[in-house]
Design a protein around this ligand. Structure first.
Ligand SMILES: [Zn+2]
Ligand SMILES: [Zn+2]
Length: 256
């Protein structure tokens, strides 16, 4: 969201439809939301508020991803109307504004890449799966107290951005805190009771979560994402999926 007097003057005659409703400049790298709002991709990324709980979608444990699931679509609350939506780059709109205002568009692109605070900041989409598998331990216990051999897991679509996953079990377990520094991020135990497991997905330096649920650590802002999962022993277990966004600011880190 750069503010430049050079472009503002040239942009005075641009019709409303070709301007971003957030930064009020010519649309730059435009995206269209499912709620039919068109805005710049950097503006969408900056303002869209992603909450993990609103994102969690239960999916079958074994079935492969359906074909209509777009891993890269940005899911977020629309900054214009606040409905949960996803946004995708629109080549059509981009071509339209580029061909109508080639000079202004080139200037917008130039300002964007020149701005130190935005330089090399890229937005990455990540899919996170959280769930558990469960197998009845034959001949164990009776009635309500049947024992299950369960495995809790957190799976991410790109493990190269994850520093560690901290898994917190019920305090009655012998080793209730497990830290996994590399995939698979899993914990396997046996027990009869279901409870809520907490898992904190901590990113590598230079990355931060774009989510209102993200928390700071002593070292960096918004690098830890707390997830909650209640164990499910029915039908072999279950899982949920959520799509999240990360900000990658490697360059700023190098120069500081
Ligand atoms: Zn904008
Ligand atoms: Zn909207």
């Amino acid at each position: 969201m750069t503010d430049s007097t050079e472009t503002t003057q040239l942009e005075a005659d641009i019709p409303h439809d070709d301007l971003c409703p957030i930064c009020r400049h010519l649309l730059h790298r435009p995206v269209i939301t499912q709620c039919s709002h068109t805005l710049c991709e950097p503006c969408m990324a900056e303002w869209a508020d992603v909450s993990v709980t609103s994102q969690m979608t239960p999916i079958p444990l074994t079935s492969p991803e359906s074909a209509d699931f777009n891993m890269l679509a940005i899911s977020a609350k629309c900054p214009m109307c606040r409905t949960l939506t996803s946004a995708q780059r629109s080549e059509e709109v981009e071509e339209r504004v580029k061909s109508r205002y080639p000079e202004i568009y080139a200037q917008r692109e130039e300002e964007y890449t020149r701005d130190e605070s935005l330089k090399d900041v890229s937005i990455v989409s990540l899919v996170v799966y959280v769930g558990n598998t469960a197998k009845l331990v034959e001949g164990s216990g009776s009635g309500e107290r049947k024992f299950y051999d369960w495995e809790f897991f957190v799976t991410v679509s790109d493990t190269s951005v994850v520093n560690e996953v901290e898994i917190l079990l019920h305090e009655t377990f012998k080793q209730p805190r497990v830290v996994k520094r590399r995939a698979p991020y899993t914990v396997r135990r046996e027990g009869w009771g279901t409870f809520t497991i907490r898992a904190n997905v901590v990113l590598k330096s230079g990355y931060s979560w774009i989510s209102s649920d993200a928390v700071d650590t002593a070292y960096a802002k918004r690098v830890s994402l707390p997830l909650e999962w209640t164990l499910d022993f029915e039908d072999g277990g279950s899982q949920a999926r959520c799509k999240l966004k990360l900000k990658n600011e490697r360059r700023r880190l190098r120069s500081s």
